[in-house]
Write a protein that binds this ligand. Structure first.
Ligand SMILES: C[S@@+](CC[C@H](N)C(=O)[O-])C[C@H]1O[C@@H](n2cnc3c(N)ncnc32)[C@H](O)[C@@H]1O
Length: 436
């Protein structure tokens, strides 16, 4: 019988060659992706009293908001007005449901469809995107929902839980790689699944824009892939839905977040995969030196000033100081990723902030100092086909001064800007090929 024990989780065994621990002197602890975190634990929100929830959601940090207003009205113009409206209204936020191909999911898809969720990727088109083939459209028309919905969980997850148990133990999971994500046109929240001993989770809740960096990576069977900044592991799980890699190395230097990563692995991947999915604990800035030219693809989903969560977290002044330090760390991580990828391989750089200095400015700085790095335009490949669901903007090169920006240049990257009705993001992504 299938069984996973917490204490025997193979993903808690950090790959021995990577065991080097680094003193990150506080650099690590704060920079995390709390958007996924809050999506992962929506049930916590539902346990709060409505008053407490409203109070929390109505209290953005005024210092951060002022800072955003100054910076983003300059960098995004009118788009900031609509992004601001979304960020200040958590009730409007949408959530995606990524299915786990290592479990049977028919009961989940049935439940999703009955509530008006629809798949964001058509099966054949998802695989063509992942296989680097041209695609005319990868969109599916939203289903009619017919009723007005609120930002609440519509169904109790107890049925899904018990179904999960019987499905995991009795049905055949899919062996063929297939990334599947369901979304709803309204801010409807699907219930989270609690950790169940001996039972893989059937789905992962996330901001659907988080899948774009994985799609941009175009992972293929048999490749060696590095996820340089991996915890809590949402994108690593998405990579494992998309291909059967020879190796997926998930790197996370922060011990607590690495525990969380191991738990994600345990909840979503069968133990038989522990020979090809490894966990390492390096400071990503030095990864390129210790493993030069080893990987076909590298995802560098850097620590960033996560706009959604930072707007609501306390300690605004400290956050602003951290924000100023981030581009230097991000530049080092991206350079390290370019050293870890083989010549001809690709690196995808991503953040969940709108901030130009953590997005295009980092890419520009690295392109200036690495002549072997060549940016690849993602506009036609991802922004055009997904524009029905996400609001995109091209990357913007360094401003001469506020209001006199260079024309947008999608070779530097594309930005998902939250917009009413398309509340996904913020998410910036850029793909860079190492030429030699
Ligand atoms: C945005 S989060 C990654 C989210 C993850 N990719 C996912 O999809 O679930 C950034 C991660 O980078 C880690 N990090 C911070 N400094 C790092 C460094 N120097 N090297 C590698 N990772 C680092 C943080 O601890 C954090 O877990």
């Amino acid at each position: 019988m299938f069984s996973v024990k917490y204490f025997s989780n193979p993903w808690r065994n950090v790959t021995s060659t990577f065991r080097k621990q680094v003193d990150h002197s506080g650099i690590l602890s704060h920079f995390c992706a709390a958007a996924e975190e809050s999506a992962k634990h929506p049930s916590k929100k539902h346990k709060e009293t409505p008053n407490k929830q409203l109070k929390r959601e109505r209290a953005p940090c005024q210092l951060m908001l002022k800072h955003f207003d100054r910076q983003y009205s300059c960098e995004l113009g009118n788009l900031w007005t609509s992004a601001r409206e979304v960020l200040l209204n958590p009730h409007s936020w949408q959530y995606g449901v990524m299915l786990n191909r290592f479990t049977a999911v028919s009961n989940v898809t049935q439940s999703l469809k009955s509530q008006g969720f629809f798949s964001i990727l058509l099966q054949t088109e998802a695989s063509s995107l992942l296989c680097d083939k041209p695609t005319e459209s990868c969109l599916k028309q939203p289903r009619e929902s017919g009723s007005v919905l609120s930002a609440e969980c519509l169904s109790d997850d107890s049925n899904l839980q018990s179904d999960c148990e019987s499905q995991c133990l009795q049905s055949e999971p899919s062996q063929s790689p297939l990334l599947q994500c369901y979304i709803h046109s309204h801010p409807l929240r699907f219930p989270s699944q609690a950790h169940r001993h001996g039972c893989l989770k059937q789905y992962y809740l996330l901001n659907a824009a988080s899948l774009l960096p994985v799609l941009a990576l175009q992972v293929k069977d048999g490749e060696k892939i590095l996820d340089l900044c991996s915890a809590p592991g949402g994108k690593a799980i998405a990579i494992m839905q998309s291909c059967n890699p020879d190796l997926l190395c998930c790197n996370e230097p922060d011990p607590h977040r690495r525990e969380w990563l191991a738990k994600t692995m345990e909840s979503f991947l069968p133990p038989s995969l522990n020979s090809c999915v490894t966990v390492s604990a390096q400071d990503g800035r030095y990864f390129g030196q210790s493993e030069p030219s080893k990987y076909d693809k590298v995802l560098v989903d850097v620590p960033c000033s996560n706009d959604r969560s930072w707007l609501y977290s306390p300690g605004g002044l400290q956050r602003l100081r951290e924000r100023a330090m981030l581009p230097a760390l991000q530049t080092q991580l991206l350079k390290s990723a370019l050293s870890a990828v083989r010549p001809g391989g690709t690196v995808v750089y991503s953040t969940c902030t709108l901030s130009r200095s953590e997005n295009c400015a980092v890419v520009e700085a690295v392109l200036r100092s690495c002549p072997e790095a060549e940016p690849e335009d993602l506009w036609e490949e991802l922004a055009v086909p997904f524009s029905e669901h996400f609001c995109f903007q091209c990357g913007q090169a360094s401003p001469l001064q506020c209001g006199t920006m260079h024309p947008p240049d999608s070779r530097l990257g594309i930005l998902v800007v939250p917009h009413p009705g398309k509340t996904w993001g913020p998410m910036f992504l850029s793909r860079i090929r190492r030429k030699v």
